[in-house]
Every structure is written in C-alpha cells, then in structure tokens.
Design a protein around this ligand. Structure first.
Ligand SMILES: [Zn+2]
Length: 497
C-alpha cells in the first residue's frame, strides 16, 4: 500500500497536469490545423512521466479524502497510466489507419477515406464493396492490435486496485448501473417509435425501408446531401456570429477566443476546439465545407469554445480541465441542436421546409441515442468480460437489436470509446434536452434571441466543470437527468412536421 501524498505533492501534480494537458492540446491544434506535419506526443509524455506512472496513480488513490479534486486527479493519473500502457498499440493503429489502402477496380482508396467515400457514393453496390473492403482491412490488420490493447488495459486496471476496468470506473464515481437502467428503459420505450420513424426517415433519404437498409447505406443516409443548398459554406461563420451576438457574445471581440479560418492543405476538414488555456486561450478551428453535417460540427465546437472561454479563471485546474465532460458536451450539443431547431432555421436562414428538416434531425437523434444506449450496455459488459473475444456476437446482437441495421462484427473492438465516454454523451443529450425545455419555458421558443438567456448561459458557463451535469441541471431546473426527456423532444419534432 503506497503512502498518501502530502497536500504540497498533490498541488505539484495538479500543476503538472495543467501544463501536460495544455501541451497536448497545443500539439493537437498545430497538427490538425495543418501547421505542423508530425504529431509528437512521446516527448510530451516523457516530460510529464511522473503523472502517468503506476506509483503516482496508486499514491493518489491512497490520498483520496472524499473531495472531488483528488478523485479527479486520481482518475486523470489512472487514465494516463492506462494510456501509456497501450501507447505502442495506439500509435501502430494510427499508423496503419493512415497507410492501409483498399483496391477497388484498380483504384487505391486509403482506409480513412472509405467512410467518406461511402457517404458520397450513390451506387449501392459500390457502397457495399467499399464497406466490405473496410471490414476486411479492420479484421486482417487492426483487430489483433485492438485485442492486445484491450487485454493489456484490462490486466492493468486490476493493478490499479479494481477487480475490472468497469469496476475501476464505478470507483471514479461513474453511475454506470443507473445509466444502464435508463438505457434499457429508453431502448424499450422507443422501440416502436424507432421502427416507424427510422423506416420513414430512411425512405425519405434513400428510398429504402428499415428492413432493407444495410450498414453500407447508413453513412449515405446521414450525409443528407439533398439539404446542401440550405447550408451554404459562406454563411456558416456569419450565422454563428449572429447567433452568439443575440446571446450577448461578440465572437470577434473575444480576446481569449481565436478563430482559425485559414485554408491549409493538411488542415483537418472537421471543425474542432483546442482549449489550450482555459479560459485564456481557446481556439476554434474551422475549414468551412458547407452542408448540414458541417454546420452541426461547427456549432457543436463553438459550444465547447464558449463554455471554456467563459470558464472562471479562479477555478482550480481540476474544475477547469477535468470534471464531468457531460457538461461541456451538453453545452456543445445545445448550440449544435440549433441547426435542427425549426424556429432557429426560420429566423437565422431563409430555410425551405424547416419542420421537415427538424423531423429528420429528430430521427437522426433517435438513432444516435439508441446507438449509444446499446454501446454503453455493450461496453459495460465488454470491460468486465474475462475473455473479450467472446463479445463479438454480443456486439452484433446489442447494436443490431437497437438499430434494426446489423453492424459488422469486425467492429466489435474498434467501436469502443475509452473511459466510458459514451456515458458522457448520453447524459449530455438528456442534460441539453432538459435545459432547452427550461430555456423555452422561461424565455420562449426563440430563447436563443434573448439577451437574458445569454446572461444565464454565461453565468453557467463560468462554473466550468466544477459541478456535474446532474448538479448543474438540479440547480437550474430542479430536475434529475432523465433520458426519457429526449423521447418527448423527438416526438414533438416529429409531430410538427
Ligand atoms: Zn463535443
């Protein structure tokens, strides 16, 4: 049993964590914004090796005092340790994903381009061949590495003092069982709704019913190319600026927010937020492409950006950088969902058929939430399984059962988020839905045009991640987080179309 740490030692580790995360975020920004070709994590990990050592994680575990701060730092150190244990496999996977290619009619398609190609491919037979090529590459080259990483993480979780990886997270305060119960209830209560809504949605987008759609059709359906004209790329940033202005936030005047709009050849096309210093230096990186998905991504990342940029500098490192990520995901989703809000679409864009688009957005949300419910149930079992290879058929059973579209069993290892991140999204969807209901009740359906709503948001953003999503919601509306709230919101959007 390691000795508990002194307060001064905990403070030093906390300060190290602050710098460590800042350097990781800076490196990610430089690489993905196309400013730096290589992505050099190893030297950063080496500089802060102390933080992610087994002894440090165990010593922090021995120093738990019932307070949230030490618990968050302990979790951070455990996750860093587990990450360092599988870094070799993770790097090899990233390298293979970047270099593997499928050959299709004599043409080489890079592994990472297969999904985007499927999303933009009209011919169904070609989509099927692209998807099958992807599944084969995953099975043949990546699964061995994924398997080794999962086995190592599971073994090392026991060295961190928990009987299993799942138990380790219960120890971090993750309410996995209560959430799993909510997921089971949600899957049950929306089963019929999904069968009807999914069928209608798939027919609208692609002319195939729920029983006919296969996994290679899904990315094409999601792409929603028919709506591209309503979401032009030139209007993305102006629409964001105008929306924030209504809430009392002048994006261009925010000194701690940097907008990176520059075109660079190797810039990642997907918007992202790099909160390098919270709140002093938050970067919103965008390479506008246009189309409904790109708009969603921009507004999502802008939600993270405003949350971090408004976080009070007087909070501790743990309250600014760690804590419950369902909070920042909730703020991100609140802005993201404006792009499927018919009232916003009407006011902010001269949008054709906003209620129809909103209903399609609701169908998509229902798929996503059902998918994550199934994922969480799967991951809870997976991370406690004595032999994870036995989970292959369970993956198809749980995901296919929820979605009525069978996934490929080759994804049973790769389709897992580290650290039960699925639980953060699930709670964020509920948090956002309930908060939005509160905002609509208090400020009207056009709440996002009201300065007072903006003042309330800024006040809540200032709390950083000091409180959990549950605590924050209870403070605002007196409610507990409830996944069922999402069902009501989906039904409302579907009924209005
Ligand atoms: Zn996010």
């Amino acid at each position: 049993m390691p000795e508990p740490l002194s307060e001064r030692q905990v403070d030093a580790l906390s300060a190290d964590a602050d710098r460590f995360i800042a350097e990781l975020d800076e490196e990610a920004y430089l690489h993905y914004a196309g400013l730096k070709e290589t992505y050099d994590l190893a030297p950063i990990y080496e500089r802060y090796a102390e933080l992610t050592k087994l002894e440090t994680a165990l010593a922090l575990g021995a120093s738990l005092d019932g307070g949230r701060r030490t618990r968050e730092l302990w979790r951070f150190s455990c996750e860093g340790y587990l990450g360092s244990i599988v870094r070799e496999e993770a790097e090899r996977v990233a390298e293979l994903e970047a270099t593997l290619q499928a050959t299709l009619d004599g043409e080489e398609v890079p592994y990472r381009m297969l999904r985007p190609r499927i999303a933009n491919e009209d011919d169904r037979a070609t989509r099927e061949r692209l998807e099958r090529a992807r599944n084969e590459l995953t099975e043949e080259h990546l699964n061995e590495l994924h398997l080794r990483a999962a086995d190592r993480m599971h073994r090392e979780a026991t060295r961190l003092g928990a009987p299993s990886y799942t138990e380790l997270y219960r120890g971090f305060g993750f309410q996995l069982d209560a959430l799993a119960d909510q997921c089971r209830r949600f899957l049950d209560s929306t089963e019929r709704l999904w069968e009807e809504t999914g069928d209608r949605f798939f027919r609208t987008r692609i002319g195939l019913g729920l029983g006919e759609v296969e996994r290679w059709d899904v990315a094409r359906i999601w792409r929603g190319a028919a709506w591209d004209a309503a979401f032009p790329k030139e209007r993305m940033v102006p629409a964001l600026e105008a929306t924030l202005a209504d809430l009392g936030v002048d994006l261009r005047a925010q000194e701690n927010v940097h907008l990176d709009l520059e075109e660079r050849p190797t810039k990642d096309p997907r918007a992202f937020c790099a909160p390098i210093e919270i709140p002093e230096r938050v970067i919103l990186v965008i390479k506008p492409q246009g189309g409904p998905d790109d708009w969603r991504a921009l507004f999502h990342e802008a939600g993270h950006t405003e949350h971090f940029a408004h976080t009070s500098p007087s909070l501790s490192v743990e309250e600014r950088r760690l804590g419950d990520n369902a909070v920042t995901e909730g703020w991100a989703i609140l802005l993201e969902h404006l792009t499927i809000d018919p009232v916003w679409l009407e006011r902010r864009l001269d949008f054709p058929r906003p209620y129809e688009f909103a209903a399609e957005g609701a169908a998509q949300l229902l798929w996503l939430v059902r998918r994550y419910c199934a994922k969480l149930l799967y991951e809870v079992e997976f991370h406690a399984a004595p032999d994870v290879t036995a989970m292959r058929s369970r993956y198809v059973e749980l995901l296919g059962g929820a979605l009525k579209v069978a996934p490929s069993d080759t994804d049973y290892l790769a389709d897992i988020d580290d650290g039960f991140y699925a639980s953060k999204y699930l709670r964020a969807w509920a948090f956002e839905t309930q908060l939005r209901s509160y905002l609509r009740e208090r400020f009207g359906n056009a709440w996002f045009t009201r300065r007072e709503a903006g003042s309330l948001l800024r006040e809540l953003w200032a709390e950083g991640q000091r409180y959990t999503a549950d605590e924050l919601l209870r403070e605002v509306s007196g409610e507990a987080i409830e996944l069922d709230a999402v069902t009501d919101r989906i039904r409302e959007a579907l009924a209005a179309a």
